[in-house]
Design a protein around this ligand. Structure first.
Ligand code: SAH
Length: 204
């Protein structure tokens, strides 16, 4: 795992240590547990996938977490990324739109003893105004554009990382809110994620 993360440019020691601590095999279907430590995406049911560790690593590192943050994750899926974020931030709010995945993610996090992640069922493209502003936001499904509510709910100084673009290929972007009214955008790489479906995403 360490070698793959290194190749993906994940060199932050805190991020690397978080990957050592989270058991990926406990967050994927039993039948596929043998593949848990390969650097590939793995199906988790409902047509969704858990991203490859190198991708989760690159996205996590791009969030520049120091430990005090409240983080919003859009797309809980297997809860793998949520469990990694839980190691690196104070509090994680994660939103999943598929009921069965939200339920199994909650069970998996409980099973791992992770207590600083709350999973909500709903459309994450609307964010979660009740818990905003967020110091960091990670979108783990690919949308046509960066959802406006997420930009609004990002704290000044905060970072938003996610894949945006076409359905079959997206640009992994980092957006930084530099003031109430200003944002900067950086391009991290190309990627392909499952669809971000919702009011500010793709139509069902
Ligand atoms: N972070 C996850 C990645 C799962 S794949 C992991 O570590 O496993 C992306 C997930 O985003 C899927 O579970 C999909 O159902 C969910 N999703 C897609 N659109 C969404 C939306 N608008 N709100 C919340 N979840 C969404």
């Amino acid at each position: 795992m360490a070698e793959r993360l290194a190749r993906a440019g994940v060199d932050d020691p805190r991020v690397r240590a978080a990957f050592e601590r989270v058991p990926r095999h406990r967050l994927i279907p039993d039948a596929l547990a043998g593949q848990a430590y390969r650097d590939t995406a793995i199906p988790i049911g409902e047509g969704q996938t858990i991203s490859a560790p190198s991708v989760v690593g690159a996205m996590t590192q791009a969030l520049e977490l120091v430990g005090s943050e409240t983080v919003l994750e859009v797309g809980t899926g297997s809860a793998y990324q949520a469990a990694i974020l839980a190691e690196l931030a104070a509090r994680v709010i994660s939103i999943e739109r598929v009921p069965r995945l939200a339920a199994s993610a909650r069970r998996a996090l409980d099973g791992l003893g992770v207590s600083n992640v709350v999973v909500y069922l709903g459309d994450g493209t609307r964010g979660r105004p009740a818990d905003a502003p967020f110091d960091a936001i990670v979108v783990t499904a690919g949308g046509p554009t960066i959802p406006d509510p997420l930009l609004d709910q990002l704290a000044v100084g905060g970072r938003l990382v996610g894949p945006f673009g076409e359905r079959d290929e997206q640009r992994l972007m980092r957006i930084r809110r530099t003031s109430e009214t200003d944002y900067t955008q950086e391009w991290i790489g190309r990627c392909r994620f499952v669809d971000l479906v919702g009011a500010h995403g793709w139509r069902e």
